[in-house]
Design a protein around this ligand. Structure first.
Ligand SMILES: Nc1ncnc2c1ncn2[C@@H]1O[C@H](COP(=O)(O)OP(=O)(O)O)[C@@H](O)[C@H]1O
Ligand SMILES: [Mg+2]
Length: 420
């Protein structure tokens, strides 16, 4: 058991100070918009809600090695064109940051590196150079003297964040706080800070693939609907402005078990290829294995295909994969997964210019999905000729032009339409 509460002996007289804060009428309050600092990386700027709000604390979380330091160092160097930026590296030495900066080929004139772990020292140093933006990499490695527990512990992480908050607000300086999410140490990780900071961004992706998704899970100054898409390269994270094209780039020639579907990430439709492989089970228990999808969803879809569509998958191992390392959680890709499985099982390819969208219910019925128009327009834009959609979608809702719309009431009908 580790004690995490500290008695800091706060004097009680504070309660009886002379000047009291008084409630104010909303009508008399000034309604000036947030003072925002544009970040010259569009994908990051958009996820922030259109710039970095001065005096705000932005937590950037993610698995170790996913590219948090890389992305924020790139952003810091661009922001350093207009103001001094202090990059506090509590984790790596200044030389390591220098090596990374050289590799990324970034400007370094006004980018100041500070290798320090004591937060009071950090704040003093930041004040001495009048920094316009501060980066703390990472919150788990800085500490406050007055807190007795080790750096990275819940109380240190929390107190350090609250100290940064108290400093950033009156000084009107935005602070990026980087935090690791580790499998073992989630409790001391950024999760305990989510409610304290102004915005929480998570950088996610599969470290064996080049694509990274930056997602806002909380934002006091903007919507949490936006995502940014990046690609990891030698020279750092590159913005992917056309994610659909990127994800379909390596699409194989017509082969069975592959189909394209449209998923919505934030407000953006992204076309992704779903692949499935059905092979006879060698030993007794059939396997269901998914990559980029939830395994439970794959199991459910296999059960529906078995019972409602009549595919005998009971003695088949089923593997399903979202190409490119993207993770999709929305049910609108159900039909894509089901058709990919059926295509592999019957060993008949789906026509290359066909896209499918739809959620599958337990009775095998196709259910409509949100923002279908957006999805169809994206498919049309990329030159797809035919789309299979749930029959429940009313005609007036569809305005996409140049694409043939096939309506199917059930998974069985959709499969017949896709692989005749
Ligand atoms: N020399 C290199 N060349 C190309 N990519 C590299 C190199 N060194 C590191 N990387 C990439 O950068 C990633 C580490 O990014 P980093 O920003 O340090 O992650 P984080 O701060 O999230 O732990 C590695 O996973 C790798 O993909
Ligand atoms: Mg790092």
């Amino acid at each position: 058991m580790v004690e995490t509460i500290e008695d800091r002996g706060r004097p009680r007289e504070l309660a009886s100070r002379a000047v009291r804060t008084v409630p104010q009428s909303l009508a008399t309050l000034g309604g000036a918009g947030h003072d925002r600092l544009r970040v010259p990386i569009d994908e990051l700027d958009r996820v922030l809600g259109g710039g970095l709000v001065r005096g705000s604390l932005v937590l950037v979380g993610g698995d170790p090695g996913i590219g948090k330091s890389t992305l924020i160092l790139q952003a810091a160097s661009l922001l350093a064109r207009d103001q001094p930026v202090v990059y506090v590296s509590a984790e790596e030495s200044a030389q390591q940051i220098k090596l990374r900066a050289d590799r990324l080929g970034i400007e370094q004139e006004n980018l100041l590196v500070l290798a320090e772990t004591n937060l009071e020292e950090i704040i003093a140093a930041v004040e001495s150079v009048e920094a316009g933006v501060v980066v703390i990499d990472s919150i788990q490695t800085v500490f406050l003297d007055e807190v007795t527990s080790a750096a990275g512990s819940v109380s240190q992480v929390r107190e350090c964040t609250s100290r940064l908050m108290q400093w950033a607000k009156p000084h009107n300086v935005p602070v990026f706080v980087i935090g690791h999410v580790t499998k073992e140490g989630t409790i001391a990780g950024p999760r305990v800070l989510e409610h304290m900071v102004d915005a929480v961004l998570y950088l996610e992706g599969d470290r064996y693939h080049q694509y990274r998704i930056l997602r806002a899970v909380k934002n006091r100054f903007g919507s949490t609907d936006e995502v940014g898409v990046f690609e990891m390269a030698d020279t750092g994270l590159r913005e992917v402005r056309n994610p659909s094209e990127a994800f379909l780039e390596e699409r194989s020639e017509v082969a069975s078990g592959s189909v394209v579907t449209v998923t919505i990430e934030g407000t953006r439709p992204i076309l992704v290829e779903i692949q499935a492989l059905a092979t006879p089970t060698a030993f007794g228990l059939p396997r269901r294995s998914a990559n980029g999808l939830e395994t439970s969803r794959l199991q459910l879809l296999c059960a529906v295909l078995q019972k409602r569509v009549g595919l005998s998958l009971g003695a088949q191992d089923i593997y399903a994969n979202v190409v490119g390392g993207l993770r999709v959680a929305e049910p609108a890709v159900d039909l894509g997964v089901a058709i990919a499985i059926a295509s592999s099982f019957r060993d008949r390819p789906v026509e290359r210019s066909t896209v499918v969208v739809g959620e599958i219910g337990l009775s095998g019925e196709l259910r409509s999905v949100n923002q279908l128009d957006r999805r169809l327009n994206e498919a049309a834009r990329l030159g797809f000729a035919r789309v299979i959609v749930p029959a429940t979608v009313g005609k007036p809702h569809l305005t996409a032009s140049g694409i043939e719309i096939v309506r199917a009431a059930s998974a069985a009908e959709a499969i017949e339409a896709a692989i005749p």
